[in-house]
Write a protein that binds this ligand. Sequence first.
Ligand SMILES: Nc1ncnc2c1ncn2[C@@H]1O[C@H](COP(=O)(O)OP(=O)(O)OP(=O)(O)O)[C@@H](O)[C@H]1O
Ligand SMILES: [Mg+2]
Length: 257
Amino acid sequence: MTTILEVNGLEKRFGGVVAAQNIGVTVSAGETIGIIGANGAGKTTFVNMVTGHLPPSAGTVKFLGTNIVGLPPRRITELGLCRSFQVPQVFLSESVFDNVLMAYGIAEESGFSMLRPLRNKERDARVRKHLASYQIAEHEETAASALSQGIRKLLDIAMATVRKPQLLMLDEPTSGISVEEKFDLMDIIMAALREEQTTVMFIEHDMEIVQRHVARVLAFSQGEIICDAPTAKAMVDPKVVEFVLGQEYHVGIRSDA
Ligand SMILES: Nc1ncnc2c1ncn2[C@@H]1O[C@H](COP(=O)(O)OP(=O)(O)OP(=O)(O)O)[C@@H](O)[C@H]1O
Ligand SMILES: [Mg+2]
């Protein structure tokens, strides 16, 4: 399997606060990985460092063999490592169609034309195909501001994937989404990514979603990876139970088994 990401000795200090330390992880193409951990465990800090949004205090990040530490986020995106943020990054006053069109413009054009990208049959067809993959075609004329949180998140992730990234990192894709919406939402996102053979790492607090969608779990606590294991194994790992899940959850799993 091709190694897609290789992180070694990654560390981040904010003054006296150690937000990340001794972070090492190797990811192969095609993997699905869940990043779990309590609030403040260092999950977002990790994603921010890997995607160039936060300079690490130490360590290396290799993406497809190239050290990407110090590269601006835009350059890292161009190399094929894309991400989403916890809060959707969409243009609220624009329609769903125009949002995805603009994402293509930003990915493929430069200068002033980016936000009013050229329209032609070929590009319109690509936008529509992408909307269909994320099951938001029926909303194409709706302004992003009028969408439900779940559909807006699908739009956000559709926009983050117009480049067909090789690795996609999602920061809490289901945060703020209702229980009724979030399972369907993740099914749609993961199906679209599978179709494109995109390697995916996502931060998630809901263990049902983690167990349904990822084969491997990275568990964070106090800035360190305390467990890196296949999902079923991670869910019963004593450290994960103690620092992430809590005993009650553990008992729940066991009685279901
Ligand atoms: N810009 C910053 N300045 C100072 N401290 C920070 C900064 N960003 C994060 N931290 C600290 O680093 C630690 C890790 O934060 P991080 O946001 O990575 O946690 P998280 O695991 O994503 O939590 P959550 O589940 O709440 O999103 C926390 O103690 C946080 O307060
Ligand atoms: Mg976070």
